[in-house]
Design a binder for this molecule. Structure first.
Ligand SMILES: Nc1ncnc2c1ncn2[C@@H]1O[C@H](COP(=O)(O)OP(=O)(O)OP(=O)(O)O)[C@@H](O)[C@H]1O
Length: 594
């Protein structure tokens, strides 16, 4: 109840902030709506008594009151609806914008990689899309409250015992709340399965997955599993709904008994001549109204509880994002790296897990050098890159630039000096100019800058295939959009990574997996030249993650990561002479291509 009321108030203030005039107009109209029903009941009582006493003059006055209040009962709801529907839309836009801002509000990516967050976001996205239900509930609550107060006053005036009637409405309220908690628990319990069902549904209905699904003949399996997850989730939701219905029906049964007793009481008094006929009409009308009020109230509480839960989730998200804010920086980022980047006794465990992914990492990347990282799948290569980009901070040890801990630099400044190409790059379906240009927003529409970046990424060839050059809309889903091959998309993504001309850290995390070995080799030679040029100006360190040893061997320093540790580090020649793991892997790789 406290939650529902707090949520109610929070929602009202959000709505007022969003559109004060519309919200105030709606509030006035629903207050009048709340008055209309009790006034109608009083009018009916007066009218019936006047009719029984043959007082035509009074009857006319009561008739007018009955007509006006009946019109109010029927129409005010609709009139109040118009401004608050508009407000609902505005509030929804605002809350969705906040959700998007929060999802991107942290410079870290931890929240994107946590199941708890993913579940909460999935529920929130659904709930926010039905937020107008809560807004409707909010205004109905105002009208209901006014109606209930007036109804209680009128009942007390007939017989104080009748005040027990609204009191009898409390058990249904309590049971309604319990029912909502049951539903909410089942919603949380089904969230993971629903998300999986949604994921499988997307797999089965999007173009990107069509080829692989067909070749692997997975269509039926995906459909079967989607149905299985969906059934599982629906079963949990249905069971919750059933339990909730039983709980709330028990409460309503209690009220139904009280209603019958109240009507019988007044009827008995009227039969004995202690009450007028009008009193019976008044009580029957008001009792029916209480019944409607209780039913609406129950429904309302569930809606408001739902709003409160959604707002609680939003608050949880706000707090999570706030907790991820990096410590305030206290040192400006140098304009260039002079000595190098050093990792000292670095260890890292992903938040929410207890298995260390990296331990005892001690490395020095000299300014201007190129570093290649190799190792088996899951060895920890990408994790090392994530730490260098500060998507996460180390659990132990330090990463320093020229001796200063990177956590002391403003995170945004550090990110602005990183040029990165990732394996799971984004296919921005925009005109080609912008697909590349978003790599540096200040040069989004700068054609010369985009062409230079494509040149650095050895990606100008892609433009030859585009009918309108940089103006070509990319992506099949757009009218006249041109679809690219995986390698072409990847080359444009590399061009995007090259938009920043003077990075201090150039990260290439398997960004060339869609290119053939020779193309990757050429590309890396080009990078190495570019890196040396940039390195002379900014001391930039280039970090390359690759499984291709022909590419890796060109790096100044090669790191072999195994079981979360640096098993070997050195130049190609050093490592070959050492005849260790690298030499073994290199020989294996070479023989595979003979
Ligand atoms: N967000 C995460 N939360 C928990 N564990 C994670 C997370 N991301 C990665 N891991 C785990 O960390 C380990 C190292 O993953 P990482 O992506 O660094 O490997 P990798 O060497 O880059 O592998 P690959 O060559 O396959 O890309 C893996 O065991 C992986 O399961």
């Amino acid at each position: 109840m406290k939650d529902a009321l707090a949520g109610c108030w929070q929602l009202y203030t959000i709505a007022l902030r969003t559109s004060r005039a519309r919200m105030l107009l709606s509030t006035v109209l629903v207050l009048l709506e709340g008055l209309a029903w009790p006034v109608l009941a009083v009018g009916l009582k007066g009218g019936v008594n006047a009719a029984v006493a043959h007082r035509p003059g009074s009857m006319l006055g009561y008739g007018i009151a009955i007509a006006v209040s009946a019109i109010g009962v029927l129409l005010l709801h609709h009139f109040s609806y118009v401004p608050y529907v508009e407000t609902c839309d505005l509030v929804k836009v605002d809350l969705n914008a906040e959700l998007m801002a929060l999802a991107n509000g942290s410079a870290r990516i931890e929240h994107h990689e946590r199941a708890e967050y993913a579940d909460k976001i999935a529920v929130l996205r659904r709930e926010l899309s039905t937020f107008d239900v809560g807004m409707t509930g909010l205004l109905t609550a105002v009208s209901l409250l006014v109606g209930m107060v007036l109804t209680s006053i009128l009942l007390v005036r007939v017989d104080p015992w009748l005040l027990l009637l609204p009191v009898a409405a409390l058990p249904p309220v309590w049971s309604g709340q319990r029912a909502q908690r049951v539903i909410d628990r089942s919603r949380s319990a089904a969230a993971t399965q629903l998300r999986q069902a949604e994921h499988l549904y997307n797999l089965a209905t999007t173009a990107a997955t069509a080829k692989e699904l067909r070749v692997l003949r997975l269509q039926q399996e995906v459909t079967r599993r989607q149905a299985q997850q969906w059934d599982g989730a629906s079963h949990v939701l249905r069971a919750g709904q059933l339990r909730a219905t039983v709980v709330s029906a028990l409460g309503q049964l209690f009220f139904a008994v009280a209603y019958v007793v109240a009507v019988l009481l007044v009827l008995l008094q009227a039969v004995r001549g202690h009450r007028q006929v009008g009193d019976v009409v008044l009580v029957v009308t008001l009792a029916a109204q209480i019944n409607a009020q209780v039913t609406t109230g129950l429904d309302l509480l569930q809606k408001l509880q739902r709003v409160a839960n959604a707002l609680n989730r939003l608050r949880w998200l706000r707090e999570l994002i706030a907790s991820q804010q990096p410590p305030p920086p206290d040192s400006p980022l140098p304009t260039a790296i002079r000595d190098g980047i050093e990792l000292r006794d670095v260890a890292f465990t992903y938040p929410g897990t207890d298995r260390p992914i990296l331990s005892e990492v001690n490395l020095h990347f000299p300014a201007g050098s190129t570093v290649a990282i190799v190792g088996e799948n899951g060895a920890g290569k990408t994790t090392l890159v994530k730490l260098l980009c500060r998507f996460y901070d180390v659990t132990q040890g330090t990463i320093t630039i020229d001796g200063t801990d990177i956590t002391r630099f403003p995170l945004d400044d550090w990110r602005a000096r990183i040029a990165a190409g990732f394996q799971d790059f984004v296919r921005f379906e925009l005109p080609a100019q912008r697909t590349v240009g978003v790599g540096d927003l200040s040069h989004l529409d700068d054609e010369a800058a985009v062409l230079a970046a494509l040149e650095r990424a050895d990606a100008t060839l892609v433009l030859d295939r585009l009918d309108d050059g940089l103006a070509t809309q990319l992506g099949r889903s757009w009218t006249d959009g041109t679809e690219l091959s995986g390698g072409q998309w990847q080359r444009l993504a590399l061009g995007r990574a090259m938009m920043r001309e003077l990075p201090m850290l150039l990260v290439l995390d398997e960004p060339t997996s869609a290119l053939d070995a020779e193309a990757e080799h050429q590309l890396f030679e080009q990078y190495a030249r570019n890196a040396r040029r940039v390195g002379r100006e900014t001391g930039a360190v280039t970090v390359l993650v690759s499984h291709r040893f022909s590419t890796v061997s060109m790096a100044d320093q090669i790191l072999v990561v195994a079981d979360g540790r640096i098993a070997e580090a050195g130049s190609h020649d050093d490592l070959m002479r050492a005849s260790g793991l690298y030499a073994e892997l290199y020989a294996l790789h070479a023989s595979a291509f003979e």
